[in-house]
Ligand binder design. Structure first.
Ligand SMILES: Nc1ncnc2c1ncn2[C@@H]1O[C@H](COP(=O)(O)OP(=O)(O)OP(=O)(O)O)[C@@H](O)[C@H]1O
Length: 226
């Protein structure tokens, strides 16, 4: 597993400070981030692959400062956005899944085999040649996850990956995340997704207010939002 370290991290959008002095060392296999709307979870998650840079402090992945080594870190860290539309880059479903692999210079046959396998795994095989933008919201979310996982990142950061999914597909994603050998950081409001996770961090108004096992941390979170 990678070592993800936040050290004295502060971030503001304009005047508005949304993260304050975050110190965290994340080494566990499956890590959940929870907190009320606007508490700073997405900002924190985006820092892991350099999409947002700290104003003060540092974020590193295996000792690499993310702000300075963004490209290198992004080869290791796959990011799944809440809104899959922001992640679809190619016209068809299969082409979208193939995109990152092509850029890495894999052979055509290798790309085709990996794409077919990923589409099968995510229940999208029947849609391979369909326009990606015409998929349903939930199918797009599955596509976004497939497109990230096909590149075999060593760490997957998923920001509310099940918001658009029906119960069956949410369960499917939950099972997929559970079965991943890779390290996973999941930001979610769906607390049942975090059952069996190794660690849950609770963010409140830009600060870590609880951090521990799902039972303990989610207990504290539930009492905060009650
Ligand atoms: N690009 C941005 N520009 C200005 N303000 C922003 C930007 N992104 C987020 N914010 C603000 O920063 C605060 C924290 O946002 P963030 O998305 O990190 O919270 P969150 O905990 O993920 O919320 P939610 O659960 O609603 O998704 C919010 O008040 C939000 O309005």
């Amino acid at each position: 597993m990678s070592v993800i370290e936040f050290s004295g991290v502060t971030h503001a959008y304009g005047e508005r400070e949304v993260l304050r002095g975050i110190d965290l060392v994340l080494t566990e296999h499956r890590i959940g981030i929870v907190g009320a709307n606007g508490s700073g979870k997405s900002t924190l998650a985006r820092m892991v692959n350099g999409l947002v840079k700290p104003d003060r402090g540092t974020v590193s992945v295996d000792g690499l400062d993310v702000a300075r080594n963004g490209r290198e870190v992004r080869r290791q860290v796959g990011f799944v956005f809440t809104n899959p539309d922001s992640q679809i880059v190619m016209p068809t479903v299969a082409e979208d899944v193939a995109f990152t692999l092509r850029r890495r210079g894999l052979s055509k046959a290798d790309v085709a085999a990996r794409v077919a396998d990923a589409l099968e795994r995510f229940g999208l095989a029947a849609h391979a040649d369909h326009p990606a933008h015409r998929l349903s919201g939930g199918q797009k979310q599955l596509l976004a996850l497939a497109a990230v996982l096909v590149a075999e990142p060593s760490l997957v950061v998923a920001d509310e990956p099940t918001t658009l999914l029906d119960a069956r597909n949410a369960r499917r994603i939950s099972e997929l995340l559970d079965a991943l050998p890779q390290q996973v950081i999941v930001v979610t409001h769906q607390l049942e997704l975090l059952e069996g996770f190794d660690r849950v961090v609770v963010i409140e108004a830009g600060e870590v207010v609880a951090d521990g096992s799902p039972d303990t941390a989610l207990g504290i979170y539930r009492s905060l939002i009650a």
